[in-house]
Design a protein around this ligand. Structure first.
Ligand SMILES: [Zn+2]
Length: 147
């Protein structure tokens, strides 16, 4: 790894740090309720625990399995994280590029898609990049899109 590459890696961590702080707050809260922590490919992954069980107990569960904040991924289980890791790491790279602007840009993209009559999540610019990284299609890929 060249010196320039190392500097780029450090800059990515620093630029994403405000978002990572949000993730760490969530992760530490999860740890207090029995979650597990592991580090994979330079990212802290928190998963499981009572809060996840609580979220699954609600009937309106939307199939959530992971969310990324900077260099932290919060997930329902290690098994699910193994499945969605490539997708979530696209978001990590997006955080490294956009830094503190990522969350407003993400929200703006969702609002824009809704205004165009599209799906706020699946048609979001950042999600389309992440889903493009997946080798296995998800169930909703079969649903018709409104353009
Ligand atoms: Zn995503």
């Amino acid at each position: 790894m060249s010196v320039l590459h190392k500097l780029q890696r450090v800059a990515g961590y620093v630029w994403a740090a405000p978002n990572t702080a949000i993730g760490l707050l969530g992760g530490v809260t999860m740890l207090c309720f029995g979650a597990r922590l592991r580090f994979v490919r330079g990212v802290a992954e928190f998963s499981g625990g009572f809060l996840v069980e609580l979220a699954h107990s609600f009937p309106s569960s939307m199939g959530f399995c992971a969310v990324t904040f900077g260099h932290v991924i919060l997930g329902t289980s290690e098994r699910e994280l193994d499945f969605v890791r490539d997708h979530e790491h696209v978001h990590v790279k997006q955080y490294e590029s956009w830094g503190p602007l990522f969350l407003p840009a993400y929200l703006g993209s969702s609002v824009w898609q809704l205004a165009k009559g599209r799906r706020a999540y699946r048609d979001n610019f950042f999600e389309r990049q992440a889903f493009a990284s997946e080798s296995r299609p998800r169930a909703w890929d079969a649903t018709p899109r409104r353009r």
